[in-house]
Design a protein around this ligand. Structure first.
Ligand SMILES: Cc1ncc(COP(=O)(O)O)c(C=O)c1O
Length: 118
């Protein structure tokens, strides 16, 4: 098969899969848990965060891991709005992914409701 839609999804590199295997099989858990095992997983994630940051020339605190593209898109729009509270317009287009369009539409509806309430 020749898969031509890597924009929608893409396979994991073998070396990524190999690095992830322990955390997908035997060492899985909640890194936010207070117990020792959770703390160990937290340290694994923080190491990964630092590695990603170094790779892209960012600070580790600027790297946020999300569960999917929808969450990433929503978080990016939310952060942009929060950083620019006086800006009242978001420009998007009809060809944008529904995760962006739907979020923008929800914001527009909320803005209209807020305006009507005064
Ligand atoms: C540009 C874009 N945004 C968002 C999504 C939604 O991705 P997810 O299912 O990971 O939320 C996709 C999925 O194909 C996408 O291509």
């Amino acid at each position: 098969m020749i898969y031509l839609d890597h924009n929608a999804t893409t396979p994991v590199l073998p070396e990524v899969l190999q690095a992830m295997m322990p955390y997908l099989t035997t060492e899985w858990g909640n890194p936010s848990s207070a117990y020792k095992f959770g703390a160990k997983l937290k340290s694994v994630i923080e190491t990964a965060r630092a590695q990603v940051a170094e790779l892209i020339g960012a600070q580790p605190r600027e790297v946020i891991f999300t569960s999917c593209a929808t969450e990433s898109n929503n978080a990016a729009i939310h952060a942009a709005r929060k950083a620019n509270p006086n800006k009242r317009h978001i420009v998007t287009s009809a060809v944008e992914h529904s995760s962006v369009l739907n979020y923008c539409m929800a914001l527009a509806v909320q803005q209209t409701v807020d305006a009507l309430r005064g």
